[in-house]
Design a protein around this ligand. Structure first.
Ligand code: DGP
Length: 141
């Protein structure tokens, strides 16, 4: 637990939350500032800032909880779809530095677009650049 982390304080019960799921390693609760009814946050109980810092076994547990919760969240609010996303790092819009997955129920005509609509434009990448980037990612693993 990190004392000045809001989400660690929620896991500890020091800050109240509308808890929807809890197991040994994962906790999920309704977002206090929902983008849609049922907007849920899924977090590891351990404090890790980003996906990049999260140990593989913990990340696996978070994914398993997301996988279990998505249908339940959609069913609870009668949503035909959901956007499931991580703001991974401050530049990507992450405000709370404790890794969390958002489950945002989606509805016909809700005004939200696909992830692609976050970006006003797309880079024009040549084939050789794409080849190099793919090779670099593979080499970084
Ligand atoms: P992000 O921008 O990805 O870091 O999202 C942080 C989310 O956390 C944001 O949608 C609001 C939510 N949030 C922040 N503080 C609290 C809190 O104290 N309780 C609950 N339930 N949600 C919170």
């Amino acid at each position: 637990m990190t004392d000045d982390c809001i989400f660690c304080q929620i896991v500890a019960g020091d800050i109240p939350s509308r808890t929807v799921y809890e197991d040994e390693t994962v906790f999920a609760f309704l977002d206090v500032n929902p983008l849609a009814p049922g907007h849920t946050l899924v977090i590891p109980k351990e404090h890790h800032e980003r996906l990049n810092d999260t140990p593989a076994d913990v990340a696996t547990d978070v994914y398993a909880a997301l996988h279990e919760l998505v249908p339940s969240v959609e069913a609870a609010v009668d949503a035909p779809a959901s956007t499931v996303a991580f703001n991974n790092g401050e530049v990507a819009g992450q405000e709370v530095p404790h890794v969390h997955g958002h489950i945002v129920p989606r509805f016909e005509g809700d005004g939200g677009g696909p992830i692609h609509s976050l970006f006003g434009s797309q880079p024009d990448l040549a084939d050789d650049e794409l080849d190099r980037i793919a090779a670099d990612i593979e080499a970084e693993r």
